[in-house]
Design a protein around this ligand. Structure first.
Ligand code: ZN
Length: 292
C-alpha cells in the first residue's frame, strides 16, 4: 500500500539580496493565547484571527543564515530544549540545508529571549553547538540579562527562561562575544536599534548590490493583530510603550521605503512588505521565487 507522508519536509527557503543569499530556517512553532497581548480584548483578538482564517495564535519561530562571500552568519539560534517539542528544530533544518554548525563564523542575536538564544548551547552538556562562531549582540542585552538586580524583579518564569537562560546559553561563548551599539556588525549587515521588546532588541539591515532586506526580529509576534493594531504590545516586552513606538516607527520606515522585511515570528519564511493604509497597516507576503 502506498504510504502517506507522516512528517513535514525541512523548512528552508533561500532569498537572494544582491550578492548575499539569506536562508530562512524554521525552528518550529509556538502556540500562544491572546493573554500574551496587551491593549487588546479577547473578543478583538478573536476577530483578527477569524479575519485571517486562523483558529489559534500559532507563532512561527524563524532563524536566518546570511551567506556573504566566504563568511557565514546565523541570525538567532532557536529555542533549543527550553520551550517544548513544537520548537527547537533549527539544528535539524540547518543539517537539511547542508550546513555544518561548525562552518558558521558569526551568530547575530536580535535579543536574548529563549526562542532566540536558547539554541546556542546543549542544555544537558553545556557544550556550544557553534564551536567556531563569534557571538554578536547589542551591548544592552548582556547588561540587562546578567544584572542580578533586574533579575530579582522578574517573575519566576522570567528568572528561569530569560535571565538564567541567557546566562547559561551564552556561557561557552563569553571569550568570543562581541557587543555593539549600532553600525555594521557583519559584511553587508547593519544593526538598527529597535528597543522596547528588550533593552537591546535590534533589527538587522542587509544590503548588497542595491537590494535591501530588514530582518526586524520581534517587532511583531502576532501578525494578525499587531500589524493592523501596532499599539498592541506583549506581556513579555520589557517596555511595552517603547515596543509599540518602535513598531510604528519601523512600519512607517519600511512602508515608505517599500523595504522587504522578514521577522522571527512572521509566518515562515516571512518575507513580506508592509503597506500603510490610513492609520493602520497591512502585511503583503512575498510569493515563492524558484530561481536564485
Ligand atoms: Zn521571539
Amino acid at each position: 500500500m502506498r504510504q502517506r507522508p507522516t512528517q513535514q519536509i525541512p523548512a528552508l527557503y533561500h532569498r537572494r539580496i544582491g550578492d548575499i543569499v539569506v536562508t530562512a530556517l524554521s525552528d518550529g512553532t509556538l502556540e500562544r493565547t491572546h493573554e500574551m497581548m496587551l491593549n487588546v480584548s479577547a473578543e478583538e483578538g478573536a476577530r483578527h484571527l477569524a479575519a485571517a482564517y486562523r483558529r489559534s495564535f500559532v507563532l512561527s519561530v524563524n532563524a536566518f543564515l546570511i551567506h556573504a562571500g566566504d563568511r557565514l552568519a546565523l541570525v538567532e539560534t532557536g529555542s533549543g530544549d527550553y520551550l517544548g517539542p513544537t520548537a527547537g528544530h533549527l539544528l535539524a533544518n540547518l543539517k537539511a540545508a547542508g550546513v555544518d554548525a561548525n562552518e558558521i563564523d558569526t551568530i547575530l542575536l536580535t535579543h536574548m529571549h529563549p526562542d532566540h538564544s536558547a539554541g546556542l548551547t546543549d542544555m544537558a552538556t553545556g557544550t556550544a553547538h557553534y564551536a567556531n562562531a563569534e557571538l554578536v549582540v547589542h551591548e544592552n542585552e548582556p547588561r540587562h540579562w546578567f544584572d542580578d538586580v533586574a533579575m530579582a524583579r522578574g517573575t519566576e518564569r522570567e528568572k528561569k527562561l530569560m535571565f538564567q537562560q541567557a546566562r547559561e546559553q551564552t556561557l561557552p561563548y563569553r571569550q568570543r562575544m562581541r557587543t555593539f551599539f549600532k553600525g555594521e556588525v557583519f559584511p553587508g549587515v547593519t544593526a538598527i536599534p529597535a528597543h522596547g521588546h528588550t533593552p537591546g532588541h535590534t533589527a538587522y539591515l542587509i544590503e548588497s548590490g542595491g537590494e535591501q532586506l530588514l530582518i526586524w526580529g520581534d517587532v511583531v509576534h502576532m501578525p494578525e493583530v499587531q500589524v493592523p493594531r501596532p499599539e498592541v504590545s506583549m506581556v513579555v516586552d520589557t517596555d511595552p510603550v517603547a515596543a509599540a513606538a518602535t513598531r510604528r516607527r519601523v512600519f512607517d520606515m519600511v512602508a515608505s521605503e517599500r523595504l522587504l522585511v522578514t521577522g522571527m515570528h512572521l509566518h515562515f519564511p516571512g518575507f513580506a512588505h508592509v503597506e500603510k493604509d490610513g492609520d493602520t497597516y497591512r502585511l503583503v507576503p512575498e510569493a515563492w521565487v524558484q530561481t536564485l
